[in-house]
Design a protein around this ligand. Structure first.
Ligand SMILES: [Mn+2]
Length: 317
């Protein structure tokens, strides 16, 4: 399928690369790296990486403004369903390709490259560049590495296999990557965020069944001077706590009039529960957008039962 994708890239003069709403480093690095690789390989082509950015990731690279295109190819990275694609009018495109590592949700492209065992979209793109004539340089390699490191939470997840490490080793060697320089770009953060993290660990509710959750209201977000996206992303920092098996941040997003719930688990699979509430994601990392804190508490109730059952089952062994 890599060759097929390469042929389509070769065929079209105008190519737009999109990804999911709520930009994260894997999606952003993936689309920027693919854009730059196509431009390096075919300098005469017009290639745009589109979508809403975030000040947080300015260091990683610059997106392009969306514009009207005709007879163009659309490539969507890191996104399983059409409703989560950021800033794209699908009717504009002559041909569409999906490159994704999420569990399959729906078919919306002509070519769908789905590798749901890959740790990140960037891992798939690393292979695509190696196995086709798409060119790469140090900056492109850096982006791919940063996306992979971010989505695998620094190689913590089981989705990192020996082939992930081989791939990464190859890129580090070929492009002489400076790891600490990249980690500065990814992980340097303001003191405010660390203070909010302290607030969360001091105030989260932990149930007897080992579910932890916290409501982060707009008031709290303003008090700590962070944005609601940064607050929600903090969910990743609460892994490996003895008393907690499933945990969630419930973040008020006044601007978009919604309550964003981010759920993580190191026990039961949680994506089906997220889907029940209109969300989705990976088996152990999912998200849901709701209207009210009350709805979020219903979800917490369900999750609490889920962890309880999980604990019960694992006690017997
Ligand atoms: Mn991803």
């Amino acid at each position: 399928m890599y060759k097929e994708i390469y042929e389509k890239i070769k065929e079209y003069e105008t190519i737009v690369i999109a990804r999911h709403v709520g930009v994260d480093p894997d999606a952003l690095c993936g689309q920027l790296a693919l854009r730059d690789s196509i431009k390096l390989t075919f300098p005469e082509k017009k290639v745009l990486a589109v979508g809403t950015g975030s000040i947080k990731f300015l260091q990683i690279g610059k997106l392009d403004k969306g514009e009207d295109v005709t007879d163009a190819l659309l490539i969507v990275v890191d996104t399983p369903d059409i409703k989560r694609v950021d800033s794209v009018d699908f009717s504009q495109f002559a041909y569409k390709i999906k490159i994704d590592h999420h569990p399959f949700v729906e078919n919306f492209c002509d070519i769908e490259l789905i590798e749901d065992t890959a740790c990140s979209a960037c891992e798939i793109l690393m292979k695509l560049l190696l196995e086709t004539d798409l060119q790469c340089d140090m900056e492109i390699a850096e982006k791919l590495y940063m996306g992979l490191v971010s989505d695998s939470n620094r190689f913590l997840f089981n989705s990192c296999t020996s082939s992930t490490f081989k791939l990464v080793a190859k890129y580090i060697e070929m492009y002489n990557l400076d790891l600490s320089k990249m980690y500065q770009k990814l992980y340097l953060r303001p003191l405010n965020e660390v203070r909010l993290e302290g607030y969360i660990s001091s105030n989260m509710v932990v149930t007897e069944n080992s579910l932890a959750y916290i409501q982060i209201t707009d008031k709290v977000i303003n008090e700590f001077g962070v944005d609601s996206a940064a607050a929600g992303n903090m969910v990743n920092n609460f892994n490996f706590i003895e008393e907690i098996i499933v945990w969630a941040t419930i973040t008020e997003d006044v601007k978009n009039n919604q309550i964003r719930v981010s759920i993580r688990s190191r026990g039961p699979e949680i994506n089906q529960m997220a889907e029940k509430y209109g969300g989705g994601g990976h088996k152990f990392a999912s998200g849901v957008k709701l209207r009210t804190f009350a709805e979020a508490m219903q979800l917490m109730n369900d999750l609490d039962k889920l962890v309880g059952e999980y604990k019960e089952k694992n006690k017997e062994r």
